[in-house]
Ligand binder design. Structure first.
Ligand code: AKG
Ligand code: FE2
Length: 239
C-alpha cells in the first residue's frame, strides 16, 4: 500500500500531538495524490486539522459534525443511505454528498473501532484515461441528481477556477443519472473508465486518520471476510 505515516508510533505507543510541520508534509501528499493517511493521537479531536486544510472556515470545531460510521445490515441502515442499499457488502465508488449543491471539499476519517480487514477504496479521478469525446460529455452533459426531495442537474466534471486542480468530480451512481444525450451509454462508459483505473485500497490500523480530497478522489468501501460490525470510523465532511 502506498501510504505515508507521520509517526513511527504503534497503536500501543500512541503518537504525540501532531505538529504544524508534520501536517504540512501530509498536505504535500494530499495535494500530490488526492489523499493521505497518518497516525494521530487518540485524545485529539480530528477537527483540529480543519483550520490548516480550509483556512478561514468559521468555527469548524462547532460547525462540523463528527459522525460515527460502521457496517450495518440493510435493515439497520437509514433510508437512502448506502448501508440501507448495500448492507454489509461493498460500497461503490462515490463522491461524498454528491447531492449537496457543493459537495464537501474534504473528508476526514479516523479508525476508532475494532480491527477489520475491510479497506476503504480510493480512486484518483486525475488518473482516469478519458478519450476526448467522453471527457467532453462528462463536462457538458447534465446528470439528474436526485435524493429524497432534492433534485437538480449537474455535470460529472467541472472546471475549477482556482488552485492546482484539474477538475472537480461529482459522481455517485446511486443518486445520479445522465440526462438524455448523443452518447446513449454515458453511464456505462464512465463505469468502464473507472473500472480500468487503478483502485487503491486503504487498510486501517487503530487510530489512523485518512484525509480525502472529495473533489478529486472517489471513495468506497471494500469487503470483509467477517461480519465486522465493530469496524468503526469517525467521519467529518469539511465544506
Ligand atoms: O467505510 C468506509 O470505508 C467508507 C464508507 C463511506 O463511503 C463513508 O463513510 O462515507
Ligand atoms: Fe462515503
Amino acid at each position: 500500500m502506498a501510504d505515508i505515516s507521520c509517526s513511527n508510533a504503534s497503536p500501543a505507543n500512541s503518537p504525540p500531538p501532531i505538529s504544524a510541520e508534520t501536517l504540512e508534509q501530509v498536505f504535500v501528499t494530499l495535494f500530490d495524490r488526492g489523499w493521505c493517511s497518518m497516525a494521530f493521537a487518540p485524545d485529539q479531536d480530528i477537527r483540529i486539522i480543519i483550520p490548516q486544510l480550509r483556512p478561514g472556515l468559521a468555527d469548524p470545531m462547532s460547525s462540523v459534525e463528527l459522525e460515527l460510521v460502521s457496517p450495518k445490515n440493510s435493515s439497520q441502515g437509514r433510508p437512502e443511505t448506502m448501508s440501507a442499499e448495500f448492507g454489509m457488502g461493498s460500497f461503490p465508488l462515490h463522491t461524498e454528498r454528491a447531492h449537496w449543491p457543493i459537495p464537501p471539499r474534504f473528508l476526514i476519517f479516523r479508525s476508532v473501532g475494532r480491527v477489520s480487514d475491510r479497506p476503504t477504496t480510493l480512486l484518483d479521478s486525475y488518473r482516469l484515461d478519458l478519450d476526448e469525446e467522453l471527457a467532453q460529455e462528462l463536462f457538458q452533459r447534465p446528470w439528474i441528481v436526485r435524493y429524497g426531495e432534492i433534485c437538480f442537474e449537474s455535470p460529472v466534471l467541472r472546471t475549477v477556477s482556482s488552485g492546482r486542480g484539474r477538475w472537480q468530480i461529482r459522481y455517485d451512481h446511486c443518486c445520479m443519472t445522465p440526462s438524455y444525450g448523443v452518447m446513449e451509454d454515458l453511464g456505462s462508459q464512465l463505469e468502464s473508465a473507472l473500472a480500468a483505473t487503478e483502485l487503491e485500497q486503504h487498510y486501517w490500523e487503530p487510530g489512523m486518520v485518512l484525509i480525502v480530497d472529495n473533489w478529486r478522489v472517489l471513495h468506497g468501501r471494500g469487503t470483509s471476510t467477517e461480519a465486522d460490525f465493530g469496524r468503526s470510523l469517525e467521519r467529518i465532511v469539511v465544506p
